[in-house]
Ligand binder design. Sequence first.
Ligand SMILES: *[C@@H]1O[C@H](CO)[C@@H](O)[C@H](O)[C@H]1NC(C)=O
Ligand SMILES: *[C@@H]1O[C@H](CO)[C@@H](O)[C@H](O)[C@H]1NC(C)=O
Ligand SMILES: *[C@@H]1O[C@H](CO)[C@@H](O)[C@H](O)[C@H]1NC(C)=O
Ligand SMILES: *[C@@H]1O[C@H](CO)[C@@H](O)[C@H](O)[C@H]1NC(C)=O
Ligand SMILES: *[C@@H]1O[C@H](CO)[C@@H](O)[C@H](O)[C@H]1NC(C)=O
Ligand SMILES: *[C@@H]1O[C@H](CO)[C@@H](O)[C@H](O)[C@H]1NC(C)=O
Ligand SMILES: *[C@@H]1O[C@H](CO)[C@@H](O)[C@H](O)[C@H]1NC(C)=O
Length: 270
Amino acid sequence: MAPAYSLVFFLLSNIVILHSAEEEWGQHPKECSPFDCGKLGKLSFPFSNTTPPICGWYTINCSEAVQKVQLEKSGKWYAVENISQANIVTIRDEVFHKRLKSHDCETFNNLTLPRSPSGPLKITPNLTMYRCDSSLKRFPHTDFRNYKGCNHYNFSIYYSINDSLLLTLPPQCSIIQLPKNPYPIHTDLFSLLAADISLEVFVHPDCHRCHFKKGGHCHNNTKGEFQCHHPTRGIDMEIDTNICRQVSNNYIKILCFIFIIFPSLQLLIL
Ligand SMILES: *[C@@H]1O[C@H](CO)[C@@H](O)[C@H](O)[C@H]1NC(C)=O
Ligand SMILES: *[C@@H]1O[C@H](CO)[C@@H](O)[C@H](O)[C@H]1NC(C)=O
Ligand SMILES: *[C@@H]1O[C@H](CO)[C@@H](O)[C@H](O)[C@H]1NC(C)=O
Ligand SMILES: *[C@@H]1O[C@H](CO)[C@@H](O)[C@H](O)[C@H]1NC(C)=O
Ligand SMILES: *[C@@H]1O[C@H](CO)[C@@H](O)[C@H](O)[C@H]1NC(C)=O
Ligand SMILES: *[C@@H]1O[C@H](CO)[C@@H](O)[C@H](O)[C@H]1NC(C)=O
Ligand SMILES: *[C@@H]1O[C@H](CO)[C@@H](O)[C@H](O)[C@H]1NC(C)=O
């Protein structure tokens, strides 16, 4: 009996050591402390105030009268209206703003937005519209409104104030999603759209852990996979291979370590 007990004890103490070692790696990287950014308040990952943005994915220039953000490497700088706790950054794109104000038909194109290492930036909230070729005789959904102001461009816009997402579309139509005005006063199409663009930056939990718990930098490698890079410890590949960590229940997590991680460690030792 005794050897079995000590084996279990040995296994359990290893788990505790594994677990605490991982937590004690501390906070965000030292050089990446939260920074003050004027009216935007204190910011941190995924935003960075240095170029190149080693501490985040997006560089913010806080020293201008109106703070600016760069959403991709050597990309355009946008004026920032605000950044919410939920990582929703509201920007002003002067081109889009002018087009919307002048009811320009160029408004009805998808915005080209960069991808973050955790996936695409999401326009939130957005209005879904259907841009259909003027050759379309009848839109199949009668409860949709039709904006005909772009007929001279050979297209027409169909939309619903309920913002319905259609599953099937006529082949002449394609979907476009643009910033939605959360508090429209009128129900005409241009009042339903917002001139400022609110973008949700999704930070994958693995990246969040990498930055705030392990003090590393989360980046994508050339294969487009996450990588947690620690300034002194180097690359920690654990981030995408350790399935045990993704389990939230602690009991199952322990079992997972015993049956998956530990046998593989033993294989290495033997
Ligand atoms: C931030 O803006 C200031 C003022 O326009 C400029 O001098 C500085 O070079 C900018 N910094 C970066 C990192 O672009
Ligand atoms: C951010 O700015 C937008 C546009 O000015 C505004 O509608 C929104 O309420 C602001 N959000 C916060 C959290 O201040
Ligand atoms: C529009 O909003 C929906 C629902 O939140 C989201 O799934 C979609 O990705 C958004 N579209 C764009 C272009 O961001
Ligand atoms: C929008 O909502 C109203 C009331 O809730 C409903 O009568 C109407 O059919 C809806 N339209 C669409 C296109 O879903
Ligand atoms: C619209 O279609 C007509 C006829 O097919 C064509 O002559 C015209 O150039 C088109 N206009 C635009 C803006 O594409
Ligand atoms: C806009 O983007 C959506 C989703 O990415 C795509 O399916 C659609 O064809 C695009 N619409 C236009 C008009 O380019
Ligand atoms: C980075 O990697 C993640 C996870 O592997 C993936 O979902 C994301 O699309 C990648 N981003 C880019 C810009 O390649």
